[in-house]
Design a protein around this ligand. Structure first.
Ligand SMILES: [Ca+2]
Ligand SMILES: [Ca+2]
Length: 71
């Protein structure tokens, strides 16, 4: 069920991309350090919702590889 919810959230995030300037890694990585922190994710409610599921290694940041799941 958790997986299904995550899948749906990812789909919503992907399909709602038109509502944002861009749903791509660089647009979320505000400081350009190559990782999206929870703080940087705050700009997108959907991303906040699925952040913990995307953070596969649980380090509190999304790497490019982890974020790629939403694209
Ligand atoms: Ca960053
Ligand atoms: Ca991570």
């Amino acid at each position: 069920m958790k997986t299904l919810n995550t899948t749906l959230a990812v789909l919503v995030l992907a399909s709602s991309s038109a509502a944002y300037a861009a749903v791509d890694f660089a647009s979320f990585d505000a400081d350009g350090d190559g990782a999206i922190t929870k703080q940087e994710a705050q700009v997108n409610a959907q991303l906040v919702k699925i952040f913990d599921d995307l953070d596969a290694d649980g380090n509190g940041e999304l790497s490019k590889e982890e974020f790629a799941k939403v694209q």
